[in-house]
Design a protein around this ligand. Sequence first.
Ligand code: NAD
Ligand code: UFG
Length: 347
Amino acid sequence: MNVLVTGGAGYIGSHTALSLLEAGHDVVVLDNLCNASQESLRRVEEIADRSLTFIEGDIRDRACLDQLFNEHSIHAVIHFAGLKAVGESVEQPLAYYATNVAGTVTLCQAMQQAGVFRLVFSSSATVYGPDAPVPYQENMPRGRTANPYGTSKSMVEQILEDVVRSDQSWSVALLRYFNPIGAHPSGRLGEDPQGIPNNLMPYIAQVAVGRRESLTIFGNDYATTDGTCIRDYLHVMDLAEGHVSALDRLTLSGAHIYNLGTGQGLSVIQMVEAFERISECSIPYQFAPRREGDLDAFWADSNKADAELGWQARRGLDDMMADTWRWQRQNPNGYRTNINTTSEGTS
Ligand code: NAD
Ligand code: UFG
């Protein structure tokens, strides 16, 4: 298949582009590089020993999309492009709705005009909201959302369900990711957040490599065994392979929802200890008050993805830690060769 990957230069997109190439698909990446470097794609080509097509452009730019669909015979779209910083979404809701919601609508309009009706969308476990019992199952209703980022994912799910209801030509997979971490085992591809990382694993890795002094753990008074939050962390290569599996499912019309997680919850402290054990680095940390919007504990029931896609997370915690550490050690400044750590801010 010839697959358009929006946001393909980013963290999950670049790993998925590699899995697609390795599975024999052709790949066209559309990315505006607002949160990524083209270096990731150069490395994808190097690892796969195959080339892909890169187009620098924006999902909100209808003319750019129309030209892309005219010039390339696209069979399916995997749509990663979007903004994902929860805190920033509270400060800049319009930017989040413009990119994540309006951008997806523009993409779907261009797909419809081009006669492309197969779409895989990056959704999130955040759509279950604070009241859903764990483990989360796909048939549970979408819940309240705590921030514009989460609301944008929930809105897009609703929009896509309406679209498939209106026209049986559409086949859409809504993939609800839990917490992707890790990196390609080569150490050549990984997560490269700009500025101070929002997420746990890149923060831990930057402490280990000396870019940050210590980790701040948000809250140690949750109703969990050690008082810190519990999440379902899955290896980004497992997640990437989940997208390749979902593509095969896109022969059936309708909207198909799948949780992609391991089914196992781990606390922040357990993650720190696992990283220390594998990297043999000490990660100093201190506790701070809870971060607004964090839920105490959730993890996936991924049996549906297993039954219908034949997908399971295969890689374990030690692989996630070893691959994160290899990537960070080999690329202390991510895809950039030079960085001034004082100007990016240490904390
Ligand atoms: P990322 O920021 O690394 O990748 C997103 C990519 O989209 C970047 O390369 C960015 O440059 C590009 N982009 C952003 N706006 C664009 C636009 N208007 N036009 C074209 N390209 C644009 O993020 P990621 O972690 O790889 O996440 C990919 C998707 O998965 C996002 O939609 C995100 O919301 C979703 N998701 C991520 C997580 C996670 O924990 N990383 C969890 C659940 C869902
Ligand atoms: N945490 C810290 N210190 C940090 C960063 C995180 O203690 O510096 C804690 C958080 O408080 C939370 C846990 O580590 O308890 C995981 O936090 P992350 O920010 O890594 O992940 P989240 O579960 O908050 O959110 C991630 C993505 C969202 C997505 C969600 C879905 O960032 O986009 O997973 O599960 F919606």
